[in-house]
Design a protein around this ligand. Structure first.
Ligand code: ZN
Length: 298
């Protein structure tokens, strides 16, 4: 079977209360990038965080982190645009990427587009109540078209996130319009525990995503379980020909001790190899996702 692309999602908005190995500051993210690369990850996704774990949107954070990663290893870099933590308008949410693109040393390889809008309030399953009530992850069609335009301008690869089937339908519509070029790289977002925003992190939740892959469009998919244990699904994903996006940003993985991000990547690599799928190198990942073509056309 095809090689498998493994992405390390190292921090998101995760705290250190459960697993203290979540990286926050650039030096910690750079250290994890190298360690995950050494274990077989070819993509790194991270969020800017302050030393105490608050969201950090300053472009300087991304410039320092990307340059530091580039000095350590060739892992492909996929920074956030800020999620709901960044309430700037569309232009503002892309501002850090514009800064990063000024120098090849600080340029990322992907920019994300969550292709739809979703309520992302935190759910408390013990109390059966919401702990927030106004977190909307808003991505209007106009905003997404602006992102697509800037991503194309810079020769970056779109990292498309589908939180539910309606997102996948908009991805298909954008492909028909030429806003999203083929092959599209789509992350099927599942959520568990304190997040109800995606499909459930179960075989059925994943199947429902896969069932709506357009038959006549070239879409390559990876899967994530935000706030849930993706390792319960990785065998299914590997056998189904999907790719895997995983890390302490999504879930602390305390079932396996107090692992680091690299420990989680090592587990996935071991399982993939046992199921006859070698991890894709950085160059193979670029090839699978048509990234050389994107850059050449920019
Ligand atoms: Zn993220």
């Amino acid at each position: 079977m095809d090689k498998i692309i493994i992405e390390a999602r190292v921090n998101e908005l995760a705290t250190r209360q459960e697993n203290p190995n979540v990286p926050f500051i650039p030096a910690e993210i750079i250290r994890d990038a190298k360690a995950c690369y050494d274990e077989g990850a070819s993509i790194l996704h991270y969020h800017g965080r302050t030393a105490t774990g608050e969201p950090e949107h300053a472009a300087s954070f991304y410039l320092e982190t990307n340059a530091g990663i580039r000095a350590q290893c060739p892992i492909l870099v996929h920074p956030t645009l800020g999620y709901v933590a960044n309430d700037a308008d569309a232009m503002g949410r892309f501002a850090a990427v514009e800064e990063m693109m000024k120098d090849p040393i600080t340029a990322p390889d992907f920019a994300p587009m969550d292709v739809g809008t979703v309520n992302v309030d935190w759910w408390d399953p013990d109390k059966n109540s919401y702990t927030t009530t106004n977190l909307v992850y808003e991505n209007s069609t106009e905003t997404l078209m602006h992102f697509a335009d800037r991503i194309k301008h810079h020769g970056l690869k779109q990292y498309l996130v589908s939180w539910n089937v309606s997102f996948t339908r908009q991805i298909e519509a954008f492909m028909k319009m030429g806003v999203i070029p083929a092959p599209a790289y789509v992350c099927f977002c599942m959520t568990d525990g304190i997040s109800l925003s995606g499909h459930p992190g179960t075989p059925e939740g994943l199947d429902a995503h896969i069932a709506f892959l357009p038959k006549d469009r070239e879409m390559i998919w990876t899967a994530v379980n935000y706030k849930g244990n993706l390792l319960l699904l990785t065998e299914k994903i590997i056998k189904a020909g999907g790719h895997i996006s995983i890390g302490l940003g999504d879930y602390p993985y305390l079932e396996y001790g107090t692992p680091t991000n690299a420990d989680i990547i090592a587990k996935v690599v071991e399982q993939a190899r046992a199921l006859d799928r070698e991890p894709a190198t950085v160059e193979e990942t670029r090839e699978i996702l048509g990234m050389n073509k994107v850059r050449a056309a920019a």
